[in-house]
Design a protein around this ligand. Sequence first.
Ligand SMILES: [Zn+2]
Length: 384
Amino acid sequence: MVRVMRSDLAEHVAHLRLVDHHVHGAFTVDLDRAEFETHLNEGSPGPVPDWMTQFDSQLGFAIRRFGAPVLDLPAHAPADEYLARRTELGGRAVTERFLRAAGVSEWLVDTGYAADSILDVDGMAAASDGRAHPVVRLESLAEELAAEGVAGQDYADEFGARLEHATRDAVGVKSILAYRAGFDIDLSPPAPHAVADASRRWVDGIEHAPGGPRLVDPVLMRHGLHAAVQLGLPIQIHTGFGDRDLDLHRANPIHLLDFLRTPDVARVPIVLLHCYPYHREAGYLAQAFENVHFDVGLAINHVGVRSTQVVAESLELAPFAKQLYSSDAWGPPELHHLGAVLWRRAMTSVVGRWVEDGDWAADDALRVVDMIGRANALRVYGLG
Ligand SMILES: [Zn+2]
């Protein structure tokens, strides 16, 4: 009897078409071993030292366990065989296999980081046979303006006009404030003269900035965030885990309390991305603020088989209507696939156990799976 219930649930979860509400493009290029391994480490942007392999990690083991069968290899195939099979099939074919095997119908694609080397929004839709929708990165928009020398009194008007234009076909915006300033700063809307001054300072200093303008000015970051609040589209905010550029302790979403208490902000959906290791703080914020939602994407992939625990912890304080699925995959299409596999596996295991123990009704378990995997994202982003 109990076994039947678990397999019904597993069947249901396996066939649910997911909405991956925060993801980046996948590579279609061939990768050598060193390049591939670099992308299995989120924290370090540098090459993997030659005395170790990044395959010896939860993520590496999970790719060999769950990715190998997608490439017609046995589960746990050794890394060398895995990479040889990848090369044999070619980057384009590998990407199509993984994206299609993910069972995702909608990808919400952040196009703001290193967009030249990965599939764009249309490319993601075509390669996956699904739908893809753009999410506009606020900081990239500001950097575009600065590169064109827009500054002073014109900056705010031009930013507003560009934001309006860029988001015509977008379903949301995203901020990487965590990377550039941290959350433990004043996040109130800056005065117009402060924005004009800050943009002038920025543009004046650009000729000395190698690699083009990079927005780090807190005043302009706050301005971008509040311009997005006025626009009213859902605002995704990177929180928690990321590469070592970020001061992790300043990326704890609990520092956003004052921002979230602002009446204007309360009218806009705020989606906290990733959150790990602060997913419990995110769960509290999702309980405390009607407009706050969150996911545990990115971490699910990187903690591999331990994602069961992270997903269980995400199901503690937060109402189930406030949680979303994401892979936060970037680059290797294994990550777009693995996020979905590990999330399905974790949900089946965690809520399946509660049903078996008689703590949850089987129908409720199915409903919650549908909400987090799909329905909540369709509601938050206004997708039909
Ligand atoms: Zn991301």
